[in-house]
Design a protein around this ligand. Structure first.
Ligand SMILES: Cc1cc2nc3c(=O)[nH]c(=O)nc-3n(C[C@H](O)[C@H](O)[C@H](O)COP(=O)(O)OP(=O)(O)OC[C@H]3O[C@@H](n4cnc5c(N)ncnc54)[C@H](O)[C@@H]3O)c2cc1C
Length: 452
């Protein structure tokens, strides 16, 4: 049934872009993991900043709460509705501006998938610093809203470092734009920085000016089979001390590898029963291999090396396919924690037993970004025991001095645990910012900030 809100939205974006039928809404109502879902009042797909502003004005006037959705690859339930919200999909904000080769910047619509920008700018010798497995679906706006990390944080930092500017529409329809991309600009509060990582709770990002990096075509990947986390940390330390062009250092374990090989029908990359695997990648304009080979000569490990793109991709597949292989088994609890490197070995040893104590049937699969101590703790088979498992792991992380989210954000999944990582005073300040920019709580209710 079309009511007056949907009619008003149709008059802005066209009836074809207000989705009301349950079967066409369905893919917008469930997240990538299948764990978070709800019913949307409707899905609206504006195609410009002006349309986003008009849509938000209509929603505000009718007190119709809004959930912002980009590529819907987020892993903390922040982009799907829970209680009949309007889903504002950014996927029609899909344009790429001219590249400024001197500043190495480009302005794009927030709904452009990461891989489309990568393809566009690589032709011009430039690259997007952040890269991650769902690059064909994850949107630039989503990457900014979650301050995404990914596989190259070691070299380039998180998404925050790549955001040279943005346009945002606040809950009342006001548009604020800061797209000049000036390398120095010390004129007050950093609104661009504030919006980065705000998970759709402060405004809808509609345009992003990206700071690009040079494309590095010479690449070498090595997969090291090791006996455990301590050896992986030592190997990474040796490589980092000798190689200045290191771009990635990813960790996974025998159980995750077995799952990937079984589910995807892949051969084991190395024979033998190794416990931990470290995948490293170097990149440079020319010859990314020589310094890596010199460093690897000092590390006692079984090592496979890949230099051509197909062989490199084959090795990366063992790491990147973890999430899909885990999801093929069941709906996991996904915890994305950061642990101080000094406590990493203890954490990896203790977490599976902490999890089984909370739920005896549960199984833990861990992988992640070793350099930052950012581990993805995936728990399968814990249906019904989610709160017990989550608190056991997240309280342990907090006790070790870590963070309850390295890159996925807080979303709905971890809002109740925010106080494990942020102080009361910080949360009070965050609430004040939310109230100032979105006084009625129109945008992404229940996301990031705990109720209260
Ligand atoms: C297989 C797999 C691997 C992944 N690997 C990584 C990884 O290595 N590193 C990493 O950081 N993440 C990873 N992710 C998580 C996810 O891809 C990122 O969080 C990504 O940034 C989400 O982008 P999206 O466009 O899909 O956003 P969505 O999922 O649509 O939204 C995510 C959040 O951002 C908000 N949002 C989206 N667009 C906007 C906008 N334009 N304005 C305001 N708010 C907005 C949403 O409301 C929601 O709160 C992975 C996910 C999958 C499925």
């Amino acid at each position: 049934m079309i009511d007056h809100v949907e009619a008003a939205l149709s008059s802005i974006v066209g009836a074809g872009h207000v989705l009301v039928a349950p079967d066409v809404r369905a893919s917008y109502e469930t997240d990538w993991t299948g764990r978070f879902h709800g019913t949307a009042r409707c899905v609206v797909r504006p195609a410009s900043t002006t349309e986003v502003a008009e849509v938000l004005r209509v929603c505000a006037a009718h007190a119709a709460n809004v959930v912002v959705q980009g590529g819907n690859t987020g892993l903390v339930g922040g982009a799907v509705p829970s209680q009949g919200e309007v889903v504002l999909s950014t996927t029609r904000l899909r344009w790429i501006g001219d590249v400024d080769p001197i500043a190495a910047q480009v302005t794009v619509g927030a709904g452009v998938p990461l891989s489309a920008v990568q393809q566009h700018v690589r032709r011009l010798g430039l690259d997007v610093a952040v890269d991650l497995a769902p690059r064909d679906s994850a949107t630039v706006g989503g990457l900014v809203a979650t301050n995404a990390g990914g596989e190259r944080v070691l070299r380039y930092g998180t998404m925050r470092r790549s955001v040279a500017g943005l346009s945002v529409v606040f809950a009342d329809g006001t548009v604020a734009s800061r797209l000049s991309g000036l390398p120095k600009d010390n004129t007050g509060y950093d609104l661009v920085g504030l919006l980065t990582g705000s998970e759709g709770t402060l405004g809808v990002i509609t345009e992003v000016r990206l700071q690009l990096v040079p494309v590095l075509r010479s690449r070498t990947v090595a997969l090291l089979a090791l006996s455990g986390v301590t050896d992986a940390l030592s190997a990474m330390a040796v490589i980092k001390s000798r190689v200045s062009i290191l771009e990635a250092a990813e960790l996974f374990f025998a159980d995750g590898l077995a799952l990937v090989c079984d589910r995807l029908g892949l051969p084991r990359p190395v024979p033998g029963g190794h416990e931990a695997y470290l995948l490293v990648e170097t990149a440079d304009r020319e010859d990314a291999s020589a310094p890596l080979f010199a460093a690897l000569g000092n590390i006692p490990a079984e090592i496979v090396v890949a230099e051509d793109p197909v062989a490199r991709q084959r090795l990366w597949r063992y790491r990147e396919a973890h999430a899909e292989a885990i999801s093929a088994v069941g709906i996991p609890i996904k915890l994305d924690v950061v642990v101080p490197l000094a406590a990493l070995t203890e954490f990896v040893a203790q977490v599976p037993s902490l999890v089984t104590k909370a739920c005896s049937a549960a199984r833990t699969v861990i992988f992640g970004h070793l350099n930052e101590g950012n581990l993805h703790v995936n728990v399968l088979g814990a249906g019904g025991a989610e709160p017990a498992v989550e608190s056991a792991v997240l309280e342990y992380v907090a006790a070790l001095g870590g963070s309850i989210s390295g890159e996925h954000g807080i979303g709905r999944a971890k809002a109740a645990y925010l106080s494990l990582s942020r102080t009361k005073e910080e949360i009070t300040a965050m609430r004040a910012i939310k109230r100032a920019l979105d006084p009625t709580g129109l945008l992404n209710p229940g996301v990031l900030l705990p109720p209260g």
